[in-house]
Design a protein around this ligand. Structure first.
Ligand code: MF3
Ligand code: CO
Length: 248
């Protein structure tokens, strides 16, 4: 079911969204080579708790952590681990969700650790621009297929490919609500966005082929060709004047 938020509900989405954005800014500051991905997760958990909020991901469908930390050829849903050490030259995507006062925020960034080289740098930048290219074209009444079209066309014009097996989603009192938001597609297709809808738009862009592989741990998603992948996500609200980004 697609939910449309009242102004009061939207105000709560703004609060959990701001917490989510602030958490990512904090993690950007503290992430360093030599840290394990579990160290990152612990810092995120403490930050969320210090706000009086709850991590949306922890125990979601049995997920064991507060963050997903996905390095290089891991597309998304990397499970934080003591054994996975962040190194110079890697791109590290951190995906977080914050639940506060009945509503979720969901957002992700891909951070470059030191000098990552030309291809990864471009991949990270293009992935972020895919998001902004799409939301620049969103207003009330925009068909959902347009989001996919503007993500995909921007990614492919830059020589990259779009992950098809996963996508964005509606968000509110539940982290995953309808509708599903593909990152590929045709303009003019799909249901139309309405004022008061909140969605997470999250391009996952691969340097090589679009195909992915789901690992046997039940979560980790890697690129099929083991080339790098980047992820960028924000929770947004559709307003009368266009779009409000809640998790910057
Ligand atoms: N941001 C991810 C998503 O939109 C988070 C899901 S990870 C999970 O699907 F562990 F919580 F499932
Ligand atoms: Co999401």
């Amino acid at each position: 079911m697609i939910t449309v938020k009242t102004e009061e509900q939207l105000e709560r989405m703004r609060v959990s969204g701001k917490m989510t954005g602030d958490l990512l800014k904090y993690l950007e500051k503290i992430i360093k080579p030599g840290m394990s991905t579990l160290d990152v997760d612990k810092r995120a958990y403490e930050f969320i708790k210090s706000l009086g909020a709850e991590p949306s991901f922890l125990n979601y469908a049995g997920y064991p952590a507060s963050t997903c930390v996905s390095i290089d050829d891991t597309v998304v849903h990397g499970i934080p681990s003591d054994d996975i050490i962040i190194r110079e030259g890697q791109i590290v995507s951190i995906d977080v969700g914050v639940y506060f006062n009945g509503y979720h925020g969901d957002a992700a960034r891909t951070f470059m650790i030191g000098d990552v080289g030309e291809e990864k740098r471009k991949l990270v930048e293009v992935t972020e621009r895919c998001f902004f290219n799409a939301i620049e074209h969103i207003t009330e009444g925009t068909p959902i297929g347009d989001i996919g079209y503007y993500v995909q066309s921007y990614a492919e014009a830059n020589g990259f490919s779009v992950v098809r097996a996963l996508g964005g989603h509606g968000i509110g009192s539940k982290m995953h609500e309808d509708p599903f938001i593909p990152n590929f597609g045709r303009k003019g297709t799909g249901i139309r966005l309405k004022q008061g809808m909140c969605i997470a738009v999250e391009p996952m862009i691969n340097a090589g082929v679009f195909q992915v592989e789901f690992l046997s741990d039940g979560w980790t998603v890697k690129t099929k060709d083991r080339r790098p992948s980047a992820h960028y996500e924000n929770t947004i609200a559709i307003t009368s004047s266009g779009v409000e980004i809640l998790t910057l």
